[in-house]
Design a protein around this ligand. Sequence first.
Ligand SMILES: *[C@@H]1O[C@H](CO)[C@@H](O)[C@H](O)[C@H]1NC(C)=O
Ligand SMILES: *[C@@H]1O[C@H](CO)[C@@H](O)[C@H](O)[C@H]1NC(C)=O
Length: 479
Amino acid sequence: MAGGRAFRPSAPRRAAFAALLTLLFLASLSFFLSSEPAFPRPSSSSSPPSARLAAVRRHAADHAAVLAAYAAHARKLKEASAAQSLSFSTLSSDLSALSARLASHISLPEDALKPLEKEARERIKFARALAADAKEGFDTQSKIQKLSDTVFAVGEQLARGADAGPHARLAKPNAFADDPDPAPEFDDPSLYHYAVFSDNVLAVSVVVASAARAAADPSRHVFHVVTAPMYLPAFRIWFARRPPPLGVHVQLLAYSDFPFLNATNSPVIRQIEAGKSDVALLDYLRFYLPDMFPALRRVVLLEDDVVVQKDLAALGQSDLDGKVNGAVEMCFGGFRRYRKYLNFTQPIVRDRFNPGACAWAYGVNVFDLQAWRRDGCTELFHQYMEMNEDGELWDPTSVLTAGLMTFYGNTKPLDKSWHVMGLGYNPSISPEAIRGAAVIHFDGNMKPWLDVALNQYKALWTKYVDTEMEFLTLCNFGL
Ligand SMILES: *[C@@H]1O[C@H](CO)[C@@H](O)[C@H](O)[C@H]1NC(C)=O
Ligand SMILES: *[C@@H]1O[C@H](CO)[C@@H](O)[C@H](O)[C@H]1NC(C)=O
């Protein structure tokens, strides 16, 4: 996602966002783990009162969680008025209290419950309307988060084997055991290897599905997906429910699986732990490919907002002239040259780089890991990260700039048809360019999984979404 990330949210915005995600995660987790069953059942008036009440209680708790998150978000971003923020919080605690009352009154006779039930239903209706109004401003990433949470929660339910109903057939506890045996393909350097770093399980499923469908022999393609530890269970459950298509191989990892990602070794971790830098670890994992995959010779890095349209076997084998990185260049005229990314008033920058050098893009990159190890690129990256601790050499949130420095003079330009960019912000890309592209990249803010996606490109992505997946309907995903 970092390649050509032209409009980056500001630091406070990102922080607020992180807070929202955490809140949503905790809220929905506690909600899901405290309620059975995993799947909402239709609650008609013919169902027994206790079941109906349980359903109402679930809805109340659900809306309480969502509104609490909205309230936090509204406060942080100051996008909503103080009054709106207050009404969200009030309503949220009302609903929580109501939900608690429902829980403790569940054994009362039906007559006594009627008024309580009516009150709950009315409040839920109001909450839903309010949430729908407020949703526009910040629904985007929270949907992804909700999806991950739901996938995770459903998996938990299945694993506990609590549900003996029609969904019991889904339970395959072994299929998402904590540590499945690694397949021999994961370490086989004669196969085509891809790395995807992401916390968006839906996006990753599209990358994998599209690449599998485009490959002449999918069984020779291996995807290494690395995510944050909290998302790993969701990824495991997703791929257990929908095994990788057409025989492609998928390895699921959390970055906590790599011992070298520690504060002694990595300035990135040091800066994150010191809370100094607005750095997303997931974005910086790409600088550790040779350490993550010691047995491999080449890895193609794909960002999670791409769709693969052609067989990438030839990309994996392309001649890099001994260079470390194969990438598509993105300069034209005077634009997107090194001077745009680096602070050339700094002597160290002036000495080492040519301000007119052409910038390249992340999104689709071939890395020769042997050349990388030979040239010590990870150490070089560490040096640059340390030099930039005060953020005066370049914008420390820009993963692209860190890459431009690390692989300066070590990048081979690839044919532009390998990687066609801009589908997340540019409404006028030529249809021929898109048709001829091996990979299309939704860089920019208008991601295909969001409501703001550019309509003319959305279908290029959604056609790979597994709409049969019950998690999607559970989350009311905007597809
Ligand atoms: C940190 O990573 C380095 C490099 O891989 C390793 O030698 C060291 O043992 C690690 N330290 C800890 C505390 O794990
Ligand atoms: C660029 O470097 C100069 C020192 O050479 C420094 O004064 C300035 O603040 C830097 N610019 C940015 C945007 O950090």
